[in-house]
Each structure stands twice: as structure tokens, then as C-alpha cells.
Design a protein around this ligand. Sequence first.
Ligand code: GLY
Length: 365
Amino acid sequence: MLKLKYLGGRKLSVKELICNTSKSYKVLIEKDILNYSGVHIKNFSNAKKVLVVTDDNVAGLYAARVVSHLKKHFHEVYLFVLKSGEESKSLDIAPKLYNYLADKFFDRQDLIISFGGGVVGDIAGFIASTYKRGIDFIQIPTSLLAQVDASIGGKNGINLEHGKNLIGTFYQPKLVLIDPILLNTLPKSDFNDGMAEIIKCAMIKSDKLFEKIVGFKTSDELEEIIYESIDIKRKIVEADEFESCERKLLNFGHTIGHSIEKIYEYKKYSHGKAVSIGMATIVRAGEFLNLTEPGCYNKLICVLKKFDLPYEFTCPIKDVLENCLNDKKAYLDYIDLVLIHSIGRGFIKKILKSKLKEYIRRDIL
Ligand code: GLY
């Protein structure tokens, strides 16, 4: 919903979504909202102390600005800068953050703000959900992927040697602030990773959004696309916050994608790129198995190419298969695969693990 609001004499056109999960929260989308973050956050928090968790990339660009806006509204504002990258999502980092909070006497009325991409959101969300059994948490995602996916829906995670996100909780934030201007400094490849998750949402729920992505030309159209993608995720998460059925749709492209990321030890393919390959592989198999309307594969790869996203894997099929079978979402003899009937109509198919090979084959179409 588009709302006109007045803030400090300024007329704002804030796009607002309300996510009605176990804890209801607003997602506010507006260009330049970062410069009004303090006043927005003050409306949702009586904290005396605020800890902003960020990484060294984002800190260099924006941290001083955020801290100065927050200082106008909160007594004590602290900044904790993580090393950028997946290594920060480790159990070794957690005690550093817990001890930092305890040293500064943070209590449950105080606030943690995640200011960064998915890694920062995951670790900050996990710490917020566990420190003193839960302290208020607000997200200001800075990458497109975090804006449309990681910051919505309350999942957080920490990696173990055995795999990614093996430890984590569902913990909804109090507020999410999304500033599309922040994407101006995002490397093109990271932007494309975020587009992969938007394409995923379109593929499972909205042919209308898919057409918008096909026609996407300038950053002016981005706010609307971000809004629609978040709205899709919002509805799914509202229907199934703890992922027992509907939310599994969001794993479209992810079973194969996670497997490919792991085969290359998270170095060759970023998450968005691996998911792109996963989506293309499953749509191609769906068409071959008469589960998916013909033509969807070609439409999908056209849009993936538009954002320089890959759609083929080159490693041995047996490696992809083996990793899919060890996916944390596989159970006993079955695995839930997400396919599409047509663009915008995703569905979940429980298949025998012994049949999975048919969905990964390359010698088709
Ligand atoms: N990123 C998938 C989910 O939030 O369920």
C-alpha cells in the first residue's frame, strides 16, 4: 500500500507492508529512508541502547550516517563491525557479540539493528533472538537479496562445519526499513543475485511480476518490483511462518542450488547464481516430465540471461544428486521438490529420493 506521510515537514511516499506473523511488523520501502531511519525506528522502540551490527564493506559507506541519525533519538548507540563474508556466520563470532552486549548492560528493552546483507542479518537476528531470551530486532538490509528475501520472514542462521544455517531460529523483527538508494553502491553481480530471488518469487506466484522483470529497464521500476516481491513472500510467510507446507515454495531452485554451492565450496557460485541454475534445471525437467507447461524453460532462461545469471551446471550429475540427498530438508525416503505448473504457479511435489535423478538430468530439451 502506498501511503503519504509527513515526517519533519517532508512529504513522504512510503510503500508500506504489514507482515502478520506471530509478531506483526511493518516493512517500509522508500528511497532515502536511511536518512530518516532514526525517527522511524524511534516510533517502534523505547530502547535506551542500540547496537548496530554491520560489516566492513557497509560500514565504510554508510555506518557513520546511520549512527548519527540514531544518536538524535537514542541515548547510547554502538556499532559492531563484522568482517564481510560468510565466515562471520560462525559460532566463534556469537560470544563476541553476546559479551559486547553484556559489557554494555543491554537489556531486553534495548535494540539490535542489522545493517547489511544476508550474512549480517542472519548473525544479528540469531543474537537478538537468543540474548537474554530475545531482545528487539530491526532490519535495514543493504543488498537486494537481503531486501527481498533474507530480511523478511524471520529466519536467521549460523553455519557449522557440516553445512550452512544448521543453527538458527525463527525470530521476526519489529520493523524492516528498505532504502532502494543503497543499491546504487551494490556491485552488479550482487544486484543480479538479488534479481534471482525476485525471479524465484515471480516463478512460483506471479506471472505479472515475471512480465515486469522481463520488461525491467531502469532503476525507477525497482521500487515497485521490490514491493511486489516482498508482498509475495509476506503472504507465503503469513500462511506458514514455520515452514511446514506453503513456505516450502520459497525453496524453488534451492535444493539443486544448495547442492551446487556446496560442490564448489561456496566459491564458484554465489547463492543467487546457484539458485538460478537450480530453477532452470527443475523447470526443464518439469517440461520433460509433462508437469510444467511447455515454453516456461525458454522464458526463464531469457530472463536469467538478462541478469547474467547462469542456467546450466557442468559438474557431474552424481555429485549434484548426492548433495541434494543430503540436503537438510530431505527426510527418510522422500524429498519435497518445488516445481511450477506454469509461470506464477508453483507447487510442491513429494518424490521418492530414488526418483530425484529424473529431475536433474541434462539430456533433455
Ligand atoms: N529464504 C527462504 C525463506 O525465508 O523461507
